[in-house]
Design a protein around this ligand. Structure first.
Ligand SMILES: C[S@@+](CC[C@H](N)C(=O)[O-])C[C@H]1O[C@@H](n2cnc3c(N)ncnc32)[C@H](O)[C@@H]1O
Length: 287
């Protein structure tokens, strides 16, 4: 399969933007900052600044929040399961694998993307770490994902990570992906899934602006970009239907509060108005 055959290839440009913003924020390495990313960062800077002043947040502020929440959850999971294996799908130009390989030298951390991006990322990684493994290539909506799961040791837990990905797909595609994770992950004693998600901006006073921006992104990425859920309850039911047993939703207003506020019960969990949330879903299998 090549990128030219994937209907999702147009999403890839956004990975250049994100990669560059993380570099600008000082949480990445210059190897992951591309000239395409720099161009996009310059182009979108006025819109991002406007949103920060008037909406109270922007795409780039969410990039930091989501990245940090996923990193911290991954660290906690590694503390609980030192043999944890990691598969980051649609990795784009994220520095996470490089960061975690530096912190946990023994970790089996594999990344995956469509072929063109996988090539760019492998080259970038190997510039700064000769031992970094090649980025795997697969279309996550195809049976190829099953083959990828088979590359891991079934006797150790596995976490699948996605970041900045799932809003680009219609809900039925998201369901296919989640079903794939729980079904291909059946042979593992535990399968975890960490991801960010942009909820429907119902609570935000500038919700219509956020909707318009999302339509622009949908147009530019020629994707089905959408907001799938209005509430954490809707999200939890959807993930349960896809086979997960435990689903935790983190909202930045609670997560980054000083001191951090605990999550209420799922029934009492309200949409607090954040632009991005983080999900930790788990499926335990009797193998
Ligand atoms: C929006 S970017 C997110 C990249 C990175 N995780 C980030 O946060 O910047 C989406 C990535 O998904 C990849 N992608 C899109 N569709 C895919 C598919 N069907 N299978 C595998 N990767 C895919 C793209 O190539 C791109 O690198």
């Amino acid at each position: 399969m090549t990128d030219s055959l994937s209907q999702h290839r147009h999403i890839s440009f956004t990975a250049h933007y994100t990669g560059y913003i993380w570099y600008q924020m000082g949480i990445s390495h210059p190897a992951f900052a591309t000239s395409k990313g720099k161009f996009l960062a310059k182009l979108l800077h006025p819109l991002e600044s406007w949103a920060e002043r008037h909406v109270g947040g922007s795409m780039r502020t969410t990039l930091k929040q989501r990245h940090q929440m996923i990193d911290e959850h991954l660290c906690q999971l590694i503390e609980q399961h030192p043999q944890l294996q990691v598969l980051e799908i649609a990795c784009g130009l994220s520095p996470r694998s490089w960061n975690f390989r530096q912190k946990f030298s023994e970790i089996n951390y594999r990344e995956l993307d469509l072929p063109d991006m996988a090539k760019i990322k492998t080259q970038a990684l190997q510039q700064i770490d000769q031992h970094a493994p090649e980025v795997l290539t697969a279309d996550i909506f195809s049976k190829e994902l099953d083959c990828i799961f088979q590359m891991f040791d079934r006797n150790q837990p596995l976490v699948v990570i996605s970041e900045g990905l799932i809003n680009y797909f219609a809900q039925h595609m998201l369901f296919t992906l989640l079903k794939g994770v729980t079904e291909y992950g059946q042979q593992f004693s535990e399968i975890h899934y960490l991801s960010d998600i942009y909820p429907e901006p119902v609570k935000n006073k500038l919700a219509s602006f956020i909707w318009s921006s999302s339509r622009l992104l949908k147009f530019m990425s020629r994707s089905a970009f959408t907001f799938h859920f209005k509430s954490s309850q809707e999200l939890q039911h959807f993930f349960q239907d896809a086979g997960f047993d435990q689903i935790e939703v983190q909202q930045p207003q609670r997560y980054f509060a000083e001191p951090r506020q605990p999550n209420p019960t799922p029934e009492q969990d309200e949409h607090l108005g954040d632009l991005v949330w983080m999900i930790h879903a788990v499926k335990k299998n009797s193998v």
